[in-house]
Write a protein that binds this ligand. Sequence first.
Ligand SMILES: [Zn+2]
Length: 146
Amino acid sequence: MSKYPCRRCEEVVCNFKGIVCTTCRDADAFAKAEKIDEPNWTGPVCVPNGDEDGYFNDVDALRERYEDEGWPLPPWVFVCTEEKIEIDADRILENAAELFECVEQPTFVAVDELREFVKAWNAKQTFATLNEDRTRVVVLTASVPA
Ligand SMILES: [Zn+2]
């Protein structure tokens, strides 16, 4: 694939002509975002332009990783929202109906019990995925040189 210069900074290469590079896009997002000082945010964060390794449960985890790796700390990070894994009782029923290739909708019994069970099951799940919230950023406190 050809590489093209960023429309804004003209330095970083992009995969398509006439677009703005990730660095410039992140800078725009930062300019518009609500800024939160590090001590006021305890939730998950992700580094701008990061890959899947750039997501952390909190700033402390990020600091620890960057310190371990000897990487320079980014001046700010995006806030992340947590999305918990959840299954849908009605989708389960739809899938069951599809499995039997029903001509007409089958009559399920104890549907409310299934919904109640799934609701309780969902509430017990701890697995969550983190989504970047580009409208809020956490400004990291510069580390004081020892
Ligand atoms: Zn750029």
